[in-house]
Design a protein around this ligand. Structure first.
Ligand SMILES: [Zn+2]
Length: 293
């Protein structure tokens, strides 16, 4: 695909009107062309900004109604109309601004999170070809060196082996993506999981290990954790119990999970912590070559 062809397909692509096969073409061009990557991100940001502005203006249009109602009420109740009206107006404006702004920030944070989640799922489920196929963690780590911002240390995931990796894009930034498959017990299906490794500089720091956050959307679970300055986003269709068991085994080296733990749920968001804190013999996420069965 050339830059011109991409330009022509830009809008259908952004609108999600593409078949998976068509995407492969376009995305593999994107993976190698910084100019087109910039173009796609600019256009995407522009669309988001427009949508945001449209929603924002709807909110702002509502504010004057309540303002007017309040002022009108005030005017009817108060003899010293002119003076009171002025003060009421000032008070009402301040109140409305605070309310709209507060709501807007919360809304934006939620939106950002939702968009990030969608992007992670989309990038994972497309199943684009690997740029490096390898089951050796150290080989994958070496390959990513210098290609992405984060220091890429593969997480140790027991009962899963890496298949390969590629550069992916999250939030307009090139990040490492590593695909794994599980090594299931007899009779259990093999599952795929993807891990994005990104630098922790978005301000939205997830909690550090051993805490992990589990979020779900569209039939996928997304597990986020931070280890020092590196953020991991793991996406999989494994169910939550199995994920937590896997992470629990990682926490305890080779111990099989019958360890007590808390699992708190609030609106589908879970925070998870192993109890009691064990003396770890090695870091949970390690740059040293891991051995996989
Ligand atoms: Zn191009």
């Amino acid at each position: 695909m050339t830059c011109q062809e991409l330009e022509r397909l830009l809008y259908p692509y952004l609108d999600g009107e593409f078949q998976p096969e068509e995407r492969v073409d376009l995305e593999s061009h994107l993976a190698t062309c910084a100019a087109c990557q910039g173009r796609v991100e600019d256009e995407r940001n522009m669309q988001l900004a427009l949508r945001r502005a449209a929603r924002d203006s709807v909110r702002q249009m509502r504010a004057p109604d309540s303002l007017r109602a309040g002022i009108t009420r005030g005017l009817h109740q108060e003899h010293r109309r002119a003076q009171y009206g002025v003060w009421l107006r000032a008070g009402a404006v301040a109140l409305v601004v605070v309310t709209v702004t507060g709501g807007w920030y919360t809304y934006q944070a939620g939106e950002r999170q939702r968009r990030a989640r969608e992007e992670i799922i989309k990038r994972h489920s497309r199943g684009l070809p690997f740029e490096i196929a390898s089951s050796a963690p150290e080989q994958l780590e070496t390959w990513f060196k210098g290609k992405v911002d984060a220091r890429v240390a593969l997480p140790q995931l027991p009962k899963a082996k890496p298949l390969g990796g590629r550069i992916s894009i999250l939030n307009g930034r090139e990040v490492a993506y590593i695909s794994y498959e599980t090594l299931p017990d007899e009779g259990e299906p093999t599952r795929r999981l993807g891990v994005f490794v990104l630098p922790d500089e978005d301000g939205a720091r997830p909690q550090a290990l051993p805490a992990v956050e589990v979020d779900s959307a569209q039939g996928f679970n997304i597990v986020t954790w931070r280890d020092h300055e590196v953020v991991y986003e793991m996406v999989t269709d494994m169910d939550e119990r199995d994920i937590l068991r896997m992470l629990d085994e990682r926490e305890h080296g080779t111990t099989v999970a019958s360890t007590p733990r808390t699992l708190e749920s609030a609106d589908g968001n879970y925070s998870y912590q192993t109890l009691p804190r064990p003396q770890r013999s090695r870091p949970a996420v390690s740059a040293e070559p891991a051995s996989y069965p």
